[in-house]
Design a binder for this molecule. Structure first.
Ligand code: HSE
Length: 443
């Protein structure tokens, strides 16, 4: 490398100038001298691709003439392309084009990584450049680099993550105020935590994409969003949250990735997103408001917890900027970051084979033999009961009719056995109604 090359700025192209893009541009501009010192060469923003020109973007500190609507052209004249547009297209085509022109790519695009990560990895490898995407999961929290690099010598056995801030905010409010789901969502929207259309968050799509990325890295296997069993929180009721509180638990939307032996005896992985009760003593239970946290269990390391802000302009930009520095250092010093590691090729098991526990509360007739009949249904499906409690029904209408409430917590069993048990008891004459069914995790 010549002396002139050594001082030559590395050209950075930014695709997208929304909340995250604006923070990235502003922080890059503000920290120019420190970035030069950390990398060994200056970074120069050579363009920012936006959908429409003419808006006031002075907050970025970037000259107006550097904004362009021609993203296709922009990616051909950069050393580092930063994609913060989101979605599948045009992001994928632009990233592939950037690789073809020799640029390394930093992206925050969870949907794209979760749908088509291997295509991106293959293209980066073919062109000898980097693909980094720390910001795609859990915002500012350093998590993918630890999984990809720091834990590369260990065997991750399980990940339990709160990776969606919106749903954590909603469930936290339901827990602390007794509010129902709709009311808590409205409050989250009023405060800017939830989108006007909250579907992607509350129905677990966002968390499922993140779970796919985490499972791929943790288990050296290809997992896409379509492989992830997904249940959102829109069915979680105030009664579920109260029931959890009675058990000294909280309800959280969890992204769960774990090694599980398959029914065929071969090793597999379960990757799923669903609400679950976790004990208040579990480190994830203390994660309040819109924060994210990911609990990782690894054979040698034991339990690790990663915690912090999972969204927002500056926090997400922090992860993007860390990636920019990493890929820029490779440009200066040579080498590339880790390639795709999918050698283990573990099968993703159907939800029915996931091993979990259930909490079930039922309104039943309070007369001889009822408990025995319910217990028989559990035994028939080989589900072992860990705890059972009968109490006078909390509900006025049930009380007046001599009703009782049965609360049952199971030991670990396959999800299909547990679901079949619930189906059977729901249909029994002696059962007036099933008040709450929820998985129990984190023990
Ligand atoms: N919508 C996400 C959340 C942030 O609520 O956490 C971006 O991934």
């Amino acid at each position: 490398m010549s002396a002139i090359d050594e001082g030559k700025p590395l050209r950075v192209a930014l695709l997208g100038c929304g909340v995250v893009g604006t923070s990235v541009a502003r922080l890059l501009t503000l920290g120019r001298d420190d970035f030069t010192a950390r990398i060994g060469r200056p970074l120069e923003i050579v363009g920012i691709a936006v959908r429409r020109l003419g808006r006031d973007r002075s907050e970025t500190g970037v000259a107006e003439e550097l904004f362009t609507t021609d993203a296709e052209e922009l990616v051909t004249r950069a050393d580092i392309v930063v994609e913060v547009i989101g979605g599948i297209e045009p992001a994928r085509s632009l990233i592939l084009r950037a690789f073809e022109h020799g640029a390394s790519v930093v992206t925050a695009n969870k949907a794209l990584l979760a749908e088509d990560g291997p295509t991106l990895y293959a293209a980066a490898e073919k062109h000898g450049v980097d693909l980094y995407y720390e910001a795609s999961v859990a915002g500012a929290i350093p998590l993918l680099r630890p999984l990809r690099e720091s834990l590369a010598g260990d065997d991750v056995t399980r990940i339990l993550g709160i990776v969606n801030g919106t749903t954590n905010y909603v469930l936290d409010k339901m827990d602390s105020t007794g509010q129902g789901f709709d009311e808590a969502v409205q409050q989250a929207q009023a405060l800017g935590y939830a989108e006007a259309d909250p579907t992607a968050d509350v129905e677990g799509f966002d968390a499922a994409a993140k779970a796919a990325i985490l499972a791929s890295l943790a288990f050296h296997s290809r997992v896409t969003a379509a492989d992830v069993h997904r249940e959102g929180i829109s069915e979680v009721t105030a009664a579920d949250v109260r029931a959890a509180a009675d058990m000294d638990c909280v309800v959280k939307l969890l992204a769960i990735c774990e090694r599980v032996p398959g029914a065929d005896g071969l090793p597999g992985i379960s990757v799923r997103v669903h609400p679950a009760m976790i004990p208040r003593t579990h480190p994830l239970a203390g994660v309040r408001e819109a924060f994210n946290a990911v609990f990782v269990e690894a054979r040698a390391a034991g339990s690790l917890m990663f915690y912090g802000p999972g969204a927002g302009g500056d926090p997400t930009a922090s992860a993007v900027l860390g990636d920019i520095v990493a890929v820029a250092r490779h440009r200066v010093g040579g080498g590339v970051g880790p390639r795709e590691s999918a050698y283990a090729d573990l099968q993703v098991l159907p939800m029915g084979q996931a091993l979990t526990r259930y909490y079930i509360s039922l309104q039943v007739h309070d007369r001889p033999g009822v408990l025995a009949q319910v217990a028989t249904a559990f035994a028939a499906h080989e589900v072992s009961i860990q705890q059972v409690r009968q109490q006078v029904s909390q509900r006025q209408d049930e009380q007046s009719q001599g009703g009782a409430e049965l609360v049952i917590v199971t030991h670990t069993a396959s999800d299909e056995a547990l679901a079949a048990t619930v189906n059977e008891i729901s249909a029994m004459d002696i059962v007036r109604g099933v008040t709450s069914v929820m998985r129990v995790e984190g023990e």
